[in-house]
Ligand binder design. Structure first.
Ligand code: UDP
Ligand code: MG
Length: 319
């Protein structure tokens, strides 16, 4: 990256009042260091997106902007649209303000911010996307480790090719942002998008730190929603599975029917059959509902997309 390259660091913030000051100070220090090494331009900046926080986050952000008006910019969502929408707003907002590349990182700086220098070096070598991959999951709870493993396995089975332990800590060049802006679907699964889009990309390993202030904003509910979104927006394998399993069920049903006819008319052996009938009926009943459930998942997704609602609504901007 030449010293004229303008870098934006976009940060989604939801109820992070205790972290804004330390995080912005730390990143300003990093920007300063990178400028001195002539890796980025002096008009590089930090862009904070308040995802509808309920605490004093926006007040803290406004104070940070007031302290460093040329270095910190911010936008505030009207309400909580979720981390993926805040990331999207961070990237597209930075494109609008102007930048050559944008790095997204969490407000708690759990991802190793010193790796941004390496991201820039890779960008300098011509990579358009540089994505962070976690070295291990030492800081995660047992539950999060298991669910993450299951998620990546399931995604692989369903044909969604995303690298394991890939996070939303990445550098994206402005060419990629141009394309991202053209993807108008409401529930865009960013990790899938960046991996499938086809730009020259490379990964950089990083260690995950512990969160010092506040607590994780994700729970089983929001993580499941993210996983389901990833699957329904990038895989049609579940739909295909319905066809395959539907065909297999028909085949089994046909064979059972043949057997029943033979048993009745050829072998004159008509078994009680009640238990079998009930088991079969309930099994297939359940199976059908399950299939309809998967279809409904996609229908729900289509339902949301066709409405073409705005992906986020910015209430206020400090530019
Ligand atoms: N975040 C957000 N909106 C939300 C939830 C989280 O913008 O609804 C932000 C949060 O402030 C942080 C990042 O997303 O900057 C990651 O959140 P967190 O650290 O809680 O996630 P974890 O590290 O547990 O995966
Ligand atoms: Mg975190």
């Amino acid at each position: 990256m030449s010293k004229y390259t303008r870098l934006a660091i976009a940060i989604p913030c939801f109820n992070e009042e205790g972290l804004i000051k330390s995080t912005t100070e730390r990143l300003l220090e990093l920007l300063d260091y990178l400028e001195k090494k002539e890796k980025i331009a002096s008009n590089s900046y930090i862009y904070l997106i308040d995802d509808g926080s309920k605490d004093e986050t926006w007040y803290e952000i406004a104070k940070a902007v007031a302290r460093h008006p040329h270095k910190i910019k911010a936008a505030k969502f009207l309400s909580n649209f979720g981390n993926q929408k805040a990331l999207l707003a961070g990237m597209l907002g930075a494109k609008k303000i102007g930048c050559d590349a944008v790095v997204t990182i969490d407000a708690d700086l759990q991802q190793d911010e010193t790796k941004i220098e390496e991201f820039i070096d890779r960008y300098d070598e011509g990579y358009k996307i540089v994505f962070g991959v976690r070295n291990d999951r030492k800081t995660d709870s047992f539950f999060k480790k298991i669910t993450a493993l299951a998620f990546y396995k399931l995604m692989a089975i369903l044909g969604v090719k995303i690298p394991k332990n890939h996070s939303d800590f990445r550098l994206v060049s402005c060419e990629v942002l141009e394309i991202l802006d053209k993807f108008k679907e409401t529930n865009l699964f960013l990790r899938g998008f960046f991996h499938e889009i086809g730009f020259k990309q490379i990964s950089v390993q990083f260690d995950v730190k512990k969160r010092n202030v506040g607590k994780s904003k994700f729970n089983l509910f929001s993580l499941t929603a993210l996983a389901v979104n990833g699957i329904t927006s990038y895989s049609v394998v579940p739909l295909k599975l319905i066809c395959v399993s539907g065909f297999l069920c028909m085949l089994i049903g046909f064979l059972m029917g043949m057997y029943a006819i033979l048993a009745k008319f050829l072998w004159n052996d008509s078994p009680d059959g009640w238990a079998t009938a009930i088991i079969v009926t309930s099994f297939f009943g359940g199976f059908e509902v399950f299939c309809v459930g998967i279809v409904a998942e996609y229908l729900g997704e289509i339902f949301k997309e066709v409405k073409k609602r705005p992906r986020y609504i910015i209430e206020e901007e400090l530019l």
